[in-house]
Every structure is written in C-alpha cells, then in structure tokens.
Design a protein around this ligand. Structure first.
Ligand code: TRP
Ligand code: ZN
Length: 903
C-alpha cells in the first residue's frame, strides 16, 4: 500500500501556488458580456469580453482559465480564429498573439445538470444557480478568473419562461423580451466593476417576499428574498435581519448600500453557508430559513449572523476586494469581526464573546496545531478551497479585533474609513489594510504583522508573586509558539493581554480605588491603564514583567479578560482562586473561563486516574451557580451566562489539554460528572426547568434564548437522575413544545438517554411530523449520529440508506457523516477503527462527486498524531488508502499528503 500510495501521489503531484510568485495580470477585461441559453442537457454560454493589455503587466500570450468546458468557437474582433491561433488544455485557453485592445467572443457549452461539485453553474432542486468563489467561474466560461481582474458585467439569461419564470443576475434588470422562438431573455447590468468570483445567476420557479430600506442618504433600496415556493413562509426573519444589518453598518461603520436592489436566494444544495455575490447573495437554506416550529434558537442566531456577514461583504470584500487568494482573510477575517460585533449588539454581547472564544479555542486551535496549520495569510496552497478555514475566518477576525483593541474604537474607525476610501474599487492586500490602520492612527503595527505571517497558537505563561512588605504584585509573562509546518522558529507576537485583579471582597483592585491607589511599572506598553479595572498589557517580547504597587492584599488575578488575544494561557491558579473568580469576576468571559478551568482540572484528574473524587468546592461552586441561575432576572444576560457556566467543557476541549487523547476516559469522566451533578442538584434542576418553561409565543430574542438555554440545560441534568422524572419531563416537553428549540432539546435528551426504551418511537414520531422540512430532517439525522455509543456507526450505516438521506446534498452529508466523524468521538474513534474506514469510504466516494466536501469531511483523520499508537496506525491506514485512490482531486490530495508528511 505504501508503494502504491507514493506512486499515486507522484503521478498526481499538483503544483503548489506561492504568494511570493504573485504577478499582476497580463490583460484586463473592461467589459464582460455574457449570454446564457439555459437548457436541460447543454447550456450554451456566449462570452464577449473587451480585453486590453495591462500597462502594469508583462504582456505575452493571453491565458484564460477554464475547466470542464466544451469549446465551440473563438472569435477575435469578429473574426473566427483558426485552430493554430490558440491552444486548449484541461485548465486553460491560450491565445498566442493578441492586439493591445480587442473584443473576444468565446462560445462554450456546459452541463449544469451533471455538475455535482456545486462549483460553477449547477442545478439545485429545480433551479439553476452558481457558486463562483473562489475559482468556480472558470467552469462557466474561459476567463481571467482571479480576484484582481475587475470588470463591468452585463448578463443575459435566455430560457423557457414557463419553466424559468424568474431569471436573476447581479445589478439591475435592464431589459426583458420575448424572443421569436418563444423563449424569454432577461438582461441584467451591474454598474460596479467586480471580479468573476462575485458573479451570480439564478433561474427557476421561485417565490419571494419584498420590502424596502431607506439608506442614510435617503435612497430607497428594494429588498427581495427568493425561495422555492414551499419555503417562502420562512424568510421574514431573514428580511428583518437584513434591515438591521444595513442600518447597523451605516451607524457603526458609515457604510451605505450602493445598488437600488438587494436580493437573497435560498438554495438547498450549497457547499458552504452563503455567498456575497454583488447584489445577489446566494444562501444555503440552513442560513436563511427560520420559523419557530422548525428552527432552533441557534438556527435563528445563525441566520441573523450569516445574513449580516454576507451583507457586510458588500463593502469588506466587494467594493474593496482581495488582490489574490492568499489575502482571503482581508475580507473574511474583517467581515467575521463585523458580523460578531453586530451579533453582540443585537443579542447578549458577553454570550456571543464566550461562544466565539469557545469555538475558536476548541476548533481553530486544533487546526493550528495540526498538519494543515497555516498563517491567516497563507504562503502557499495547492487548492484554495482548502483554505476557507477557521484560521482564515475566525483567527483572522481575532487579529483584526486585536488591532481594534490596540488602537481603541475611535482610531480603529478612522482606520476603516481610510481603508474604504483609499481602496474603494481596488483589489488589495492584508498589508494595505494594516497600513491604513497605521496611517489613520499613528500606531506602528510593524511587529504586529507577525500575526499575518506566523501559524500556530501562541502560549502565554503567567507567573505572579505578591510581596506583602512592599505591597507589590509582580506578574511575569513569557510567550512562546510551537513549531508549525515550514515554520520551526517563531518571532514574538504583539499580544494585547487583558488583566484584572480582585480583592478579597471581589472588588476591582486595579482602578476601583482610583488611579492614585496603585502605581504600575511595566517593561511593555499598557493601554487603558486603570480605566475599568482592566489593564491591557502589550506583550511584545519573549518575556515581559509588570509590577503593581499599592496593592494591600494578595489579589485574585483575572487573566485574559474578554479573550483579548487568541492564545493559550498557562497559569496554575488554585481551585480556590478559580472558584473565587467564578463567583466574583466582573468580566463575563473570565468568569466563564474560570469555571471551565475549574471543571477541566477536576475532570482531567479523573481521566488520568489521579483522583476520582468530586471536590466539595466544586459542588459548592455549582450550587452557587444554580442558585444564581434560579434568581437571575429575566431580562438580562444573567440566565444565559449561568447556562454557559454550568456547561462542562466539551470532550474536544478536554482532549486538547492532555498529550495523548484518552477517548473513553474523557467521555467517562465527563458523563460521570454530569450524572453526579444531575443527582446532586435534582430538585434545583427541576425548578430551573420549570421556571424557564416557555410563556406565550416564541420570540427569538436574547431573553428567550437565555430562558430556553437554561431550561434545556436543566432538563438534560435532571434527566440524568435515576428516578426517571427528568426523562418523563422531556417526554412531556417533546409533546407540548410549540417551538423547535424546546422540541429538539427534549428529543435529544430522550434519544441520547441510555434508559429511554421509547427512543425509536420518539424519533419516528419526529420524522413523521417533519418529513417535509429538509432542515429539520437534518437535525433528525444529526441527533442520531451524535449518540455517544461505540456502536452508533450501525445507526449511521442504516441511516445513509434511509430514503430521506441524499448523498448529493451537503447539508445531509454534514448532518449525518460530518456529525458522526467530527462530533462523536466515542463513536468515530471506537476501538476497531471502523469509523476511520467508514470515513475513508465516504471521502473516496465524494472525491469525484464533490471534492470540496470530500476534503472538508476528511478533517478528523488529519488529527491522527494526537491519539494512541493503535489508533494512529489505523487512522494513517485510512489516510493512505484514500491517498492511493486513482484520480485524486487536488482538494483531497492536499489534505492527505500534508497529513502524512514526515510520517
Ligand atoms: N465568501 C463566502 C463567505 O464567507 C464563502 C463561500 C461561500 C465559499 N461558498 C463557497 C468558499 C464555496 C468556497 C467555496 O461568506
Ligand atoms: Zn465571508
């Protein structure tokens, strides 16, 4: 197998593209005129391009990108080209000798019906739609498919008006006519020059809702959301979210929308969440449809966040775009920060921060410690689709957030204003963004740029000592960053590290007593000294020390407040000081983090066998939190925060804190603790559940989210009790719930309960109720794939053959195969290694069908180095089997070869 693998990989050996090799385009495309004749079987695409030699380019042949196209004809300035004037291969069309300025007409044929990769033009359900980012446009026609070629697009869609009553593209509809042969032709014109990755078209039988938005300068914009007819009753929430996003971007970033119409279209089959095509966003139905009966609270929040994200791209991505794909974080990191700020403003800010920090440090930290680790601005890639990662998106957002912290909100806003003004209509780099920040603020971000070039999660070690005689507190910080692929040594980062300190009564020591009370000496820069009890120390060297005088008692240290930097903090506070922070810290993130650290410490002792006991301090802490939850007011973040603080750290987060993952040990420790807490506080869980039961109509707001989160948490703990009353309460809730949040919480409690003999009946009932709701059926698959049992793979196998499963639909793949492999360690890592072989089979099958999905699903196998020797062996065997498959896509090849490198 090893030999075969090597041969297969050598054969394929796709070339890595390097950031350092960037060259400006040799030609520019002033105008792009496209005509699509949409017809089952073959769609003909006629492209007329106005091409001009780029004065800043190197000249030479015109090389257009193109893949999976059938070339029909090429004409230059109206003259058909003879066969020796051009060359075609699998990836390009080359015209050897072209004038300075000319018109090129290329006719190609494509087959959307057979496009299962969901890149380029494809069919989803009955409709035609496109996905062009990053390099999908080249599957539509020959083109300079790179983000630094901006062109004005005019698009004509021709089709059968009865079959395709709606035909949409970017910009404004400018003409509509009935052709002599009965077909309809609709023409759209987009006045804003754009790269091809922002092109979109949609055609089909769609319904829509519409509304209007009056912009800050008084222009009226028509807003439309299109869906298949059976879903049109579920887009009101997205429309509201869109209007809130538009208003927020005006108020917070000064950004006004620029076209007269903004459209969103929902499609069932989509590789990612959504896409920001100019004026015509295309969304996965999972990110736009929302109704109380079918959508959970998390679903509502996701719809709001993704609608905002795509809308915000109109400025951060479309008006100012990326020079090349290495700069992806320029638009994605910044836009994720913008959508996070928006979500924080719309809902509970502290909870949003906790969710994001938790997600980043479980999922992105794992990526950053694995074989695919890369800086937020990668230096090379084989397949760009593999770099739409948690690192580029979420860590990228943290990096921009740190710039904001270092500059402060006013200077940051001055920086974004300058960036948008200076680069409007351009394709630029991450460095251009940083330069605008520097120019607007006067702050030197030279060393800060290491965040753009270095991969890996920095570690910050903190040691503190208190000198009672001198009344002085000393903190010593030491930063380091482990090696990552191709980067053995790391230079120090600039880390804005937020620190607070509490006295014995829980008062803020740094500030509450007034700036005179303490004096701070530090060999680093400090921002916001003493403002609200939090110091932001700028760690810029390997070691930094901080001395605070005038501290009259040994304080409890509150470190890493608000998750001020994407780092791992190494400190060893006592359980007592953690419990103290859980009770008293004024910073919501730090409080939650102290609770996580407390639970982790106790759970990891169970895992290693060091101690099985549950310290009384833990029970006291939980008792206090439960009491706090019961007394929490109904109109604040308090309930949501209590729910978060009563949630034990995930198995994945625990796994990251030990050198060799003990799959069963971690699961046993965590579920044992859940049972223990369930029994111990059964009466309180019951009351918490009852107090938070729904009152009246479902409302997707922060208050409702908090109540339902706490109710579901209490129910899950209560159901751990031997007496079965909690489980009965779940059954009753399942029946009476009028919203999906509560119904699904009840379903999961039952379906995952080892003692629920009626599990299958309830699951059958759920499917029968919701069989016609694709997104709810996804939840039904995921619920079953997530049951923590070593034999759950049998259920997964049975379910992949279920009539409701559809292997061509990415949402179905994610909810069954993805959930099982990524979020069910007990099932996926079951000792025999069946899970690994099962995933390998899927990856091999999807490799030809949908390479992006295949490469994404592969992620859990890339983490093989973290497991014990027998598992490592089996995981590698699965990777090698995938690697030896004939016709490996670039996507899968890159992930497999990087995962097996140096092994
Ligand atoms: N730009 C999109 C976003 O972040 C990402 C995206 C949507 C995408 N669909 C894709 C990326 C397909 C790669 C392939 O909002
Ligand atoms: Zn995005």
């Amino acid at each position: 197998t090893a030999d075969r693998l090597e041969i297969a990989m050598k054969d394929a050996q796709p070339r890595a593209i390097r950031r350092a090799d960037y060259q400006p385009p040799a030609y520019l495309i002033e105008h792009t005129n496209l005509r699509f004749e949409l017809e089952s079987g073959t769609t003909r695409v006629t492209s007329r391009l106005t091409v001009r030699r780029n004065p800043a380019g190197t000249g030479g042949a015109l090389v257009l990108d193109g893949q999976a196209l059938t070339l029909e004809s090429v004409a230059l300035d109206g003259e058909a080209l003879s066969e020796n004037a051009f060359a075609v291969d699998d990836e390009s069309l080359t015209l050897f000798d072209v004038p300075e300025h000319f018109e090129l007409e290329v006719v190609t044929g494509i087959c959307p019906e057979e496009n299962t990769a969901l890149e380029g033009l494809y069919r989803s359900g009955g409709m035609y739609c496109t996905q062009c980012e990053a390099e999908g446009f080249r599957r539509i026609t020959y083109y300079l498919d790179r983000p630094d070629v901006l062109s004005r697009f005019t698009t004509t869609l021709v089709g059968d008006g009865a079959e395709l009553p709606i035909m949409l593209s970017n910009g404004n509809e400018v003409a509509r006519e009935r052709l002599a042969d009965g077909r309809t032709a609709v023409t759209w014109e987009d006045p804003f020059p754009k790269p091809a990755y922002l092109f979109a078209l949609v055609a089909g039988t769609l319904e829509h809702i519409e509304s209007t938005f009056v912009t800050m300068s008084g222009r009226e914009v028509l807003l439309r959301i299109y869906t298949e007819p059976h879903n049109v009753d579920k887009v009101d929430y997205a429309m509201g979210a869109l209007k809130r996003s538009m208003r927020w971007d005006e108020e917070v970033y000064g950004r006004e929308y620029d076209l007269d119409i903004f459209m969103i279209v929902a499609v069932d089959d989509f590789n990612m969440g959504a896409m920001e095509n100019k004026g015509l966003n295309i969304f996965n139905t999972s990110c736009v449809l929302a109704s109380p009966e079918t959508t959970t609270d998390a679903g509502f929040r996701r719809v709001e966040a993704v609608v905002a994200h795509e809308y915000f791209h109109n400025w951060s991505g479309n008006r100012v775009t990326c020079r090349d794909w290495f700069q992806l974080s320029l638009k994605e990191g910044f836009t994720v920060l913008r959508d996070a700020q928006f979500s924080a403003a719309m809902n509970a800010a502290t909870i949003k921060r906790i969710e994001d920090a938790n997600f980043l440090r479980t999922m992105q930290f794992a990526e950053d410690a694995g074989p695919m680790a890369h800086p937020i601005r990668p230096d090379s890639f084989i397949e760009i689709s593999n770099f739409y990662t948690l690192t580029v998106y979420e860590k990228g957002a943290e990096v921009v957030r740190m710039i904001r912290t270092l500059l402060g909100p006013e200077r940051f806003r001055a920086g974004t204003d300058l960036y948008f003004e200076r680069h409007d209509g351009q394709a630029v780099t991450c460095d251009d963004f940083v330069i605008a920040m520097e120019d607007a603020s006067g702050v030197d971000l030279g060393q800060f740029r290491n965040w753009y070039s270095q991969a890996g999660t920095p570690r910050v070690r903190v040691e503190s000592s208190y000198d009672a005689d001198a009344q002085a507190l000393t903190l010593e910080f030491e930063q380091s960053c482990p090696p990552s692929p191709g980067q053995s040594e790391k230079a120090p980062f600039v880390i804005p590290f937020a620190v607070g300190a509490l006295d014995a009564a829980g008062n803020e020591l740094l500030g509450a007593a007034g700036p005179e009370a303490v004096t701070v000496a530090c060999d680093a820069r400090i921002d916001n000294p003493l403002s609200d009890g939090t110091l932001v120390v700028q760690l810029a060297e390997s070691r930094t020390s901080l001395r605070i005088e005038g501290v009259d008692q040994p304080p409890a240290l509150s470190l890493h407040r608000d998750f001020s930097a994407p780092v791992i903090v190494e400190a060893e506070p006592s359980l007592e000081s953690l419990a103290f922070l859980v009770a008293h810290d004024s910073d919501g993130f730090a409080r939650w983090d102290a609770a996580q650290a407390f639970y982790s410490r106790v759970l990891l002792k169970r895992v290693t066998g060091e101690s099985d006991e549950t310290p009384s301090l833990l029970l006291e802490t939980v008792d206090a939190l439960v009491t706090e939850a019961l007394q929490a007011p109904d109109n604040s973040e308090a309930r949501a925060l209590a729910a978060a603080m009563l949630t034990l750290p995930s198995e994945e987060y625990l796994a990251q804190q030990i050198s060799v993952v003990d799959v069963e040990g971690i699961h046993a420790a965590r579920s044992g603790m859940r049972r223990k807490l369930g029994e111990r506080f059964s009466g309180q869980w019951r009351r918490l559940f009852e107090v938070n039961a729904s009152q009246g109509a479902y409302v997707p707001d922060a208050r409702g989210f908090a109540r339902r989160a706490l109710g579901a948490l209490a129910l899950a703990y209560w159901a751990e009790c031997e007496d079965g009353e909690g489980l009965d309460a779940a059954r009753a809730l399942y029946e009476r719930a009028d919203n999906m949040t509560e119904r699904l919480a009840a379903l999961r409690t039952i379906a995952w309960h080892p003692g629920a003999a009626d599990r299958n009946e309830v699951l059958d009932n759920f499917l029968a109720r919701f069989r016609s709701e694709a997104l709810v059926v996804d939840q039904w698959f995921a619920t079953q794939a997530l049951r923590a049992s070593p034999d759950v793979i049998e259920d997964v196998r049975r379910l992949e053959a279920h009539e409701a499963f559809d292997a061509r639909n990415p949402n179905k793949l994610r909810s069954l195969i993805g959930a099982f492999c990524n979020q069910n360690p007990i099932g996926f890592h079951a000792p025999g290694g069946e899970g690994y072989q099962y995933l390998a089979d899927w990856v091999i099958r999807l490799n030809t069908q949908n390479p992006q999905m295949a490469a994404r699903l592969l992620t859990p196998l890339t983490r093989w180095r973290r497991f014990d020797a027998p598992r490592q062996e089996r995981m590698r065997a699965a990777l090698k089997r995938i690697g030896s498959t004939d016709g490996l896509s670039k996507d899968v090849f890159e992930v497999v070869s990087k995962s097996l490198a140096d092994s």
